[in-house]
Design a protein around this ligand. Structure first.
Ligand SMILES: *Cc1c(COP(=O)(O)O)cnc(C)c1O
Length: 337
């Protein structure tokens, strides 16, 4: 596993004159790791970078929600392989990241020891035996926590399966540790096209020269770049912030793909916005910036019911709950917490 230069809680607390105990109490439950690079983007406690990576006591107050609301464990026929849609699977190839997001959808497992369960042989066997699978998503944790050699081993084995058409990598390295994107990595990736890479910028403060260089290198290698933003209360739930973020990404040749409603994951309630918020924000961008810069606002329905684009016309109220129609035509109820 790759090791990056990180800041300790002690150092962070010292730098911002805080009591480290308030942070370690939370980090004992939900691990904390912040790369030195990403910590360097913090300007003051409570700013949009801080909120994304520094533990908060609010994480421990959220006991109503579920550790695995998307039912990923139930949808895993073998450990670390999530198969929800007929034609695509998610492989959890690493259980670590350069920086742990406080709003992580896999907060239940990421960064905890003993949860690394990816078995390449088992995954290759499963996919080889499932001819309908044509799209593989490498996720985690962060797949780029693996060395170039480990990652190449996975890509090579997947590419040998005749029915696998595209491979996608989900990684936050261009945002949290851009130095991980090297010419060697890009040369290796270019051997496994068609390859897509979805990264995860949430705020214009993350659009630095270093991250721009990382995206440029990837794009120049022919990797199609997309971005998945998570809508976060008091971080990016503003039309102006999203406008700057999405148009900035397009300039880096990164196409905004999804804006995600925060999943109902235990420990993340303080980040969640009401469902209409995202839909209104997307509406507010329409016509004001290039359509290329506007992602789909999606919600991943609880119970593993799938992602649904939240459009004003498919939002229906049933009492105090929303009803959303999923990809198989089921009407699923969603209650704003
Ligand atoms: C999000 C997700 C996918 C990919 O969905 P797309 O809409 O194709 O990007 C696939 N499988 C699972 C389990 C997912 O959560």
């Amino acid at each position: 596993m790759k090791q990056f230069n990180t800041v300790s809680i002690k150092e962070l607390a010292h730098r911002f004159k805080l009591d480290p105990a308030s942070l370690t109490d939370v980090a004992n439950i939900y691990p904390c790791r912040i790369s030195r690079y990403y910590a360097g983007l913090i300007t003051a406690p409570g700013d949009p970078i801080w909120k994304q990576c520094v533990p908060s006591a609010e994480e421990l107050n959220d006991t109503l929600q579920h550790p695995d609301p998307l039912d990923e464990e139930r949808l895993s026929p073998i450990p670390c392989l999530i198969h929800r849609y007929a034609d695509r699977v998610v492989l959890l190839v690493s259980n670590h990241c350069a920086t742990y997001c406080r709003f992580c959808m896999r907060k239940r497992r990421i960064g905890h020891s003993g949860t690394d369960c990816f078995d390449l042989n088992a995954a290759v066997d499963y996919i080889s035996d499932s001819p309908r699978i044509r799209d593989i998503i490498l996720s985690g944790g962060d797949p780029l926590m693996l060395s170039d050699e480990e990652l190449e081993d996975i890509l090579q084995r997947l590419r040998m399966i005749p029915h696998v058409e595209i491979i996608r990598i989900g990684t936050r390295m261009p945002v949290t540790e851009p130095s991980r994107i090297t010419p060697e990595l890009c040369r290796m990736l270019a051997r496994y096209h068609p390859l897509f890479l979805n990264t995860h910028f949430n705020h214009p403060l993350e659009l630095t020269d270093e991250s721009a260089d990382a995206c440029k290198m990837l794009a120049d290698s022919g990797v199609s770049l997309g971005n998945q933003t998570v809508l976060l209360k008091d971080v990016n739930d503003s039309s102006m912030v999203l406008m700057k973020l999405f148009s900035g990404l397009l300039r880096l040749r990164v196409r905004p793909y999804y804006l995600h409603q925060m999943d109902l994951v235990q420990g993340t309630a303080h980040f969640r916005t009401p469902l209409v918020c995202g839909s209104q924000l997307i509406d507010s961008l329409r016509g004001r910036i290039s359509g290329m810069a506007i992602p789909h606002f999606v919600i991943d329905l609880p119970g593993g019911k799938g992602k649904v684009a939240v459009l004003p016309e498919n939002l229906h109220k049933n009492g105090s709950n929303w009803l959303l129609k999923n990809f198989s035509g089921e009407l699923i109820s969603y209650a704003d917490p």
